[in-house]
Write a protein that binds this ligand. Sequence first.
Ligand code: HEC
Ligand code: HEC
Length: 368
Amino acid sequence: MVAVWDLPVRAFHWLLVSTVAGAALTGFFARKSQLDVHVALGTFIAGLIVLRLIWGFTGSTYARWSSFVCGPATVLRYLWDLLLGRAGHHLGHNPLGGLMILILLVVLMALAFTGAIVLGGVLKEGPLAAFTSYATGRAVKEVHEALAFALLGLIGLHVAGVLVESLRTRENLARAMLTGSKTDSSIAAAAPAVHTRPWLAAGLAVVVLAGSAVSIAHLAALPARGLPTAALPADYVRECKACHAAHHPSLAAATTWQAIMSGLVDHFGENASLDPALVSKISGYLNANSAEHWDTTAANRLREPSAAEPLRITATHGWKRLHRKIPADLFSRTTVGGKLNCSNCHRDAEAGRFAPRAIAIPKEKSNP
Ligand code: HEC
Ligand code: HEC
């Protein structure tokens, strides 16, 4: 028995396996309103990788980057030898395995980083919310998703590599990653032992992780780009809430608001007319805060009026698309009261935020 993988390496490996599995499951399958778990797992994974990076300079022999990161020539020679059936056995990672680890870590870091951009741009949360536009967030979401699929492929290759290598060397590598030891007696001379420096690693870990946590918290506390914060003015709420929810001005383009405000006498068949001074005040407010002025998901997706029904927010292509998975009968629940009562399902509708986390469709009242 030869001790190969130290405890931190093994803990890192299996924690990474479980958290990446969780992040993949929540990323691919969870509802938007449950995205918090995905974000938490992604953050945890980034932290794990930072710890592994440090351990690669301070850990025991086979934990070190220097023990398994090799140049392209070595990797190619190993691949060639492997094909010819004459590749040697390695106590630590073989050159191909080492390359796979680097690629996996780089892809995971890229996933964490692109995830933070999507979180900032689309959801207006996290450390990049102050700097990232919705358009950037949406574009990077494509990259994030492509990376996620690439990661699945790489994990498949990694597992295949472990299988092939386990059969070839008659050494159960997955078990070795659990126990830390290998039994293969044919393995060439062990790499020279290095001095493990756990205290240095712990010190670096505390400094880097605490530093990152503080910076992230500071950045996340900056006002998010294009996110409305002001409360709706009392006049507006009073006048428009008489019949239905007072919609946040960011939910429609200025032209839509203008058309609504100039046609209140015949407002969807009702007379909603107001004192002219009040009309001009409310119009001014709606124009100054219309969808063009904000960068939320709602403002971006509802900005384009529908050609057929230009006055309806719920007729826009964006609104329909965002709600396409919701069965029509949910809107007719008495507790929902129709599409227009956004705030019955979106608890943050009044603030114009419409965060996925704040979505909760109320249950139908049970008939007595
Ligand atoms: C007298 C009642 C009444 C008042 C007051 C009123 N509305 Fe309406 N509003 C309606 C009705 C009725 C509809 C159509 C509802 C439907 O089709 O479900 C409507 C629909 C709308 C819609 C379209 C919603 C959609 O996407 O389908 C908007 C936007 C709107 N109102 C804005 C306003 C604004 C802004 C004010 C305040 C200046 C206001 N309303 C005041 C009765 C009223
Ligand atoms: C029956 C409840 C319900 C009502 C009423 C409702 N929504 Fe939604 N809305 C949802 C659900 C559920 C989702 C998430 C759909 C999904 O997961 O794909 C959603 C998604 C959204 C989103 C996208 C959130 C995001 O970041 O992904 C926006 C914006 C939005 N709704 C705006 C509105 C507006 C504006 C109104 C009112 C005119 C409204 N909704 C009325 C249930 C509702």
